[in-house]
Design a protein around this ligand. Structure first.
Ligand SMILES: [Mn+2]
Length: 463
């Protein structure tokens, strides 16, 4: 049997188990707080409602051994518990969970070791079928395949599974296409005429005025709006329509092509940064939500500001009060980003060490924001291209480390591996996660200086 077929067989078994379980008390869903986790929780919510199963949703920022151990005692004995986009990281804690509860772990994070679980704890993860959960299927995708095995009519949830994959940056194929099982999800959505996927000139949030779209694309390196206006004038691309600003979608095909080729030829921008597979949610009535990547970014903002309720209502289709609430979330999110960036770029807060940039945000930046802030810094052309390391304090008094490669550096470094290696040396019991270009860890504050020194040293030595 192919990997795919055995994975689907496992989805089928999970679906049957969910169907046959005694449903005397509501299911309890624990999901992750990022876009993928919120999309996964929403697919579960839609699936269980349709099957007349009562449920509650709880969103977690992370699932540590301690969190899971505390949870154990608070959950009703007869409940069924689903973990989505979360759980694989603490399989060992699950293996010690002696319980009669029915537990489902539907995750795509990479398991660190093979662990035997008792029969009432099921762990469904593409990695166990040689399917790469980092690039080929997200948490929402795993839940989606269970959902359609429960009821094939649930294929209308495919756009949410795609949003989850994009939220986890799984668009790593040619022209930023999704690959692997994610592609089957796109096919399902296309058959239902819910998604289109043409390759086109792509910038973030094209419903905004052209100038502001280009200004926000930090990697283009425009210094200010005057420069962008001059650029557009030279190309004879009008940025006004009467008194109104034209938005990016107003550009015709020819104008898009002219703009792209100028950026590629004269500004040396990599074509892969400009041409992308454009996943459009055709049935979406709200313009700015039609771009699935933008949709994912909105969910992400909801997660970061702990307004999971808004994210989930958005996924479930509420376009009334949710839109108003979303606006408030976005304003607040932009305000926090602007404030943090201003802080990072003032008075030497961003320090340049021999081989990394260090942003010590322990006193100023929230743990949920540190990754976002260094991601933005890492796409700026005006900062020397080196890896970025940011840190912030967690609620439990530990230090969250986030690392990103600069968008402009040539040196290839697997940051996930690097962090793992240093953690093994410094504090082996810490949590680490991530891949080549983005990775993170949570460590004790006592080890922080050591940790940074080692990373700086290892990169200098070429690892
Ligand atoms: Mn995920």
């Amino acid at each position: 049997m192919t990997n795919k077929a055995s994975f689907f067989e496992a989805c089928q078994i999970v679906a049957e188990d969910i169907q046959t379980i005694e449903k005397s008390s509501p299911f309890i869903i624990f999901s992750h707080f990022d876009a993928d986790g919120l999309a996964a929780a929403s697919i579960l919510a839609a699936t269980l409602s349709q099957a007349d199963i009562n449920f509650q949703i709880r969103i977690l920022e992370r699932l540590e051994y301690k969190t899971l151990n505390n949870l154990k005692d608070t959950l009703p004995h007869e409940s069924t518990i689903i973990f989505s986009d979360i759980g694989t990281g603490v399989l060992e804690a699950f293996s010690q969970w002696k319980t009669s509860q029915e537990i489902f772990i539907l995750d795509h994070h990479s398991p660190t070791s093979k662990i035997e679980l008792s029969g009432n704890i099921r762990h469904l993860n593409p990695h166990n079928y040689s399917i790469n959960g980092a690039t080929e299927l997200s948490g929402a995708g795993v839940v989606y395949f269970v959902s359609i095995h429960l009821n094939p009519q649930n294929k209308y949830l495919a756009p949410l599974a795609l949003i989850g994959a994009l939220g986890d940056r799984q668009d790593q194929g040619e022209y930023s296409s999704v690959i692997g099982l994610n592609k089957l999800i796109v096919e399902d959505a296309k058959k239902l005429e819910m998604v289109s996927d043409n390759v086109s000139v792509w910038f973030f949030d094209r419903t905004r005025p052209i100038i502001s779209v280009l200004r926000r694309a930090e990697f283009l390196g425009f210094e200010n709006e005057i420069e962008i206006r001059a650029f557009l004038e030279k190309l004879e691309i009008p940025f006004k329509k009467g008194d109104d600003e034209r938005n990016f979608y107003d550009l015709n095909e020819e104008e898009c092509r002219r703009l792209a080729s100028e950026l590629i030829v004269q500004y040396n921008i990599d074509p892969d940064e400009i041409y992308k597979r454009d996943y459009q949610l055709i049935r979406e009535e709200i313009n700015f939500l039609k771009d699935a990547r933008v949709f994912a970014s909105k969910l992400n903002a909801c997660g970061k500001l702990q307004r999971h309720d808004i994210g989930i209502s958005l996924c479930l289709g509420d376009r009334q009060t949710t839109l108003r609430d979303l606006k408030l979330v976005e304003n607040e999110y932009s305000r926090i980003i602007a404030q943090n960036l201003k802080w990072a770029l003032s008075e030497g807060h961003l320090q340049e060490l021999t081989s990394i940039h260090l942003l010590d945000g322990r006193k100023s930046i929230n743990e949920r924001m540190i990754g976002t802030i260094i991601s933005i810094l890492s796409s700026r052309r005006d900062i020397n291209p080196k890896p970025f390391l940011g840190c912030a304090l967690t609620a439990s008094g530990r230090v969250k480390i986030s690392m990103r490669l600069s968008r402009f550096q040539d040196q290839v470094i697997d940051l996930g591996r690097l962090l793992n290696q240093v953690v093994q040396d410094v504090e082996p019991e810490s949590e680490v996660g991530g891949h080549d270009a983005a990775a993170g860890a949570i460590i004790s504050e006592t080890f922080l200086d050591d940790f940074i020194a080692q990373i700086n040293h290892l990169i200098k030595e070429g690892l």
